[in-house]
Design a protein around this ligand. Structure first.
Ligand code: FES
Ligand SMILES: [Fe+2]
Length: 410
């Protein structure tokens, strides 16, 4: 099946009308509760998922000119992002190769030279070690071997991604069909409108799960998303590498569809499909974004421990040039904040319940299958040999992924 907005619309119609899941769809087994509560599983995720995945380190804004740098600390070790004089954006561990002091101590800035404040070893913007005071005192120093340790850094659509796995596939290959599908959004032309972080006490997956389905919107969000979205008219698409899409038809004329607000920004590059449907994308493991012509929240879920998560919300939208920010954002940002707060208020009690000892596993319905897909991908990364007894999920959904790559080859 070639994935087009037309056939997603047809799937949405079909989903709305159905009385049961498709007969060929597997009933999904429980997701074992220990995946949310056990430290050994958390450590496996750290090792096999977080240290080996492409992770969004924010937007390219502030990193476009030579020497502009920013520290990125959400993925564990502090990582220095810096634009070279050659125009390349690079990422390094922010650790001096002399005795390990942080090379950069400000969160962001612009510089000609990276000079460690401890003993003034200095590095070029490309990470090469170029200056060592009293070099004669180091008996066997080869400066060529003591550059900053570089990690993979690639960009897509105005966003910076890093990966601590040197052998990872290129970012664009990893994103696969999402690159073509989201080209119409022209995200690289959008600007950052606002950024906010929320820290709350639950496992990162309990948080991400809540943004991978619309089954909860009528109960958790009865005054906003529950009104805006027709939760039964939702089409889920599963993609390679754990990515996914959820297109949910919007109820029009309810006063809450963003695009219907007077003076709402409208990204004309995007087809009408995105005006009548809320289309949320999930990029494995932690990037979840409902894409709207009015603007885009990028939600990033960062584990801070087994039971604590930071959700970073970066809002991007059309650049209005000089002058005042469109009033739309004064309406939208508090509304979206309320939706997020409703989700987050629910999550600490969920975690406490998962931890109670009474919980055995999550029962996932057909409409919630993006959650199961996330868990399947986690297990593929960890690998069957490492998964503790009783914590694996069965691999069941690979036959149901969309495959536009093969279609394109036909
Ligand atoms: S630790 Fe950086 S120069 Fe000594
Ligand atoms: Fe929600």
């Amino acid at each position: 099946m070639t994935v087009t907005t037309d056939n997603i619309e047809r799937i949405i119609d079909w989903e709305k009308a159905r009385t049961a899941p498709p007969s060929n769809y597997p009933a999904l087994p429980e997701i074992p509760g220990g995946r949310y509560t056990r430290d050994d599983f958390y450590q496996l995720e750290q090792q096999h998922v977080w240290k080996k995945s492409w992770l969004c380190a924010g937007r390219e804004e502030g990193l476009r000119e030579a020497g502009e740098y920013r520290l990125f600390t959400k993925a564990g070790p502090p990582i220095l992002l810096i634009r070279g004089k050659d125009g390349e954006l690079r990422a390094f561990y922010n650790t001096c190769r002399h005795r390990g002091a942080p090379v950069v101590r400000d969160d962001a800035g612009q510089t000609n030279l990276l000079r460690c404040q401890y003993h003034s070893w200095s590095y070029g913007l490309d990470g090469r070690l170029i200056g060592v005071p009293d070099e004669r005192d180091f008996a066997c120093l080869n400066k060529a071997d003591r550059g900053l340790i570089e990690i993979r850094c690639e960009t897509w659509a105005g966003m910076v991604f890093i990966n601590q796995d040197r052998d990872a596939m290129p970012l664009l290959d990893y994103l696969g069909p999402l690159v073509g599908e989201l080209a119409c959004v022209e995200m690289d032309k959008l600007r950052v409108i606002n950024e906010k972080s929320y820290i709350f006490n639950c496992n990162w997956k309990a948080a991400a799960d809540a943004f991978l389905e619309v089954y909860h919107v009528n109960t958790i969000h009865p005054t906003n998303a529950g009104i805006m979205l027709d939760s039964k008219a939702a089409a889920m698409g599963l993609m390679r590498n754990g990515h996914s899409r959820m297109a949910t038809r919007k109820n029009m004329n309810q006063g809450l569809n963003f695009i219907e607000q007077e003076g709402a920004p409208d990204n004309k590059a995007m087809p009408d499909f995105y005006r009548t449907n809320n289309v949320a994308y999930g990029i494995f493991p932690n990037f979840i974004s409902p894409v709207e012509p009015t603007g885009i929240p990028i939600l990033l879920f960062w584990p801070r421990g087994l039971r604590q998560t930071e959700m970073q919300a970066i809002y991007i939208g059309l650049d209005w040039g000089e002058g005042e920010r469109p009033a739309f954002w004064d309406w939208f940002l508090p509304l979206f904040d309320q939706v997020l707060e409703e989700d987050l208020m629910n999550l600490e009690p969920v975690q406490a319940s998962l931890d109670s000892g009474a919980f055995t596993g999550m029962m996932i319905n057909y409409q919630e299958r993006r959650i199961y897909w996330l868990h399947e991908e986690i297990d593929r990364r960890i690998g069957p040999a490492h998964l503790p007894d009783g914590l694996a999920v069965a691999q069941l959904l690979s036959d149901y992924i969309e495959d536009p790559l093969e279609e394109a080859a036909e």
